[in-house]
Design a protein. Sequence first.
Length: 424
Amino acid sequence: MITTIITFIIVFGLIVFIHEFGHFYFAKRAGILVREFSIGMGPKLFNYRTTDTTYTIRLLPVGGYVRMAGAEDDEDELKPGTPVSLYVGDNDQVTRINTSKKSTLFNGIPMAVTATDLEDELWIEGYENGDESTVKRYNVAHNATIIETDGTEVRIAPRDVQFQSASLGHRLMTNFAGPMNNFFLAIIVYTILTFVAGGVTNNSNRVSPTTSDVTVARSAGVKNGDYITAVNGKKVNDWNQIAIQIQDRAHKQTTFKVKRGSQSKTIQMVPAATKVNNKTIGAIGITQYRNHDVGAMLVSGFTQTWQMTVRLLAAIWTMISGHFSLNDLGGPVAIFATTSTAASEGILGILSFLAFLSLNLGIVNLLPIPALDGGKILINVIEGIRRKPLSENVETAITLVGVAFLVVLMLLVTWNDIERYFIK
């Protein structure tokens, strides 16, 4: 259990970090202020603040976020009556606004807020030191910070550094960068897997004899790189066809046509019997041929990612066009359960799971559902076609509908996962 928990935190944390770093990097390049970069959700465990961004680690390792100034998940409203304390620096400008009872400001000025403008004109006003006879106004510095109720200190969000102030192209790229990074991670991990495994395999009919307990093929003279072109007179073109023809031939003499270079020859073999999932099948001791060319191994990361992407898209299409079932989906509980299986298979199992999960996250996030990256990209595209953005109210309403849909779906999926994996 401990191994599974550690593996889950590392794998999920890495995928989330890579995803969010994509948003973070391109937001920075676009001049968008990233107020907070968080790994995890829920209560804050740790934070570190630089000039522009506060980096936080939160309790629940089931997600993360990049909080960009002015984005729909960014809110800084100080309602009238909110008690704050102000730190006034040079030029009588406020440089820190404290709204938290968890923090105190040395020489802070207590104020009950009556009104603020922290986006355009940058000021705050209210009753100072409990004196309600006079409203006192202070100018706020462009790079001032605000200490939020949970004690997290972030920069305020003036309009010129907000998400909507960036160009359409920059905003679209910022939204796309998260899923893009997940694709890159999958490519890198699949490439690493190929090098760890020692070469590239494909579904061809080219084989290699094994050195395992079953050595029928090696004893019969099959060499590394030979092609099996027929089994008992039936033509075979790929690995799956070879396996199908052999599996029912345990202890039965079988004729194989083998091609080596420009020569072909016929070999008689008697497949041994082996148990797979409590079923007896025939085996001659061969594996898929591995190409050890470095160029082929480097390219394999791209080809494996593409092949898995096609399968995942086909599965999504089947769910959309066919009979939808919650069993086709999996939330954090299902991911945790699958992590246990991957961890039991060692580093190769963990790497394979990491690549698969990263690719899943990238594809799902590109679905045109409001609140997901794909929904945001769709809004960007609509804005480009209309040549003007959607109204703030319309965009907020669309996002809220998407959030509500995802919350309900996640609750249903999580409960279904609990029933599948823990309730017998």
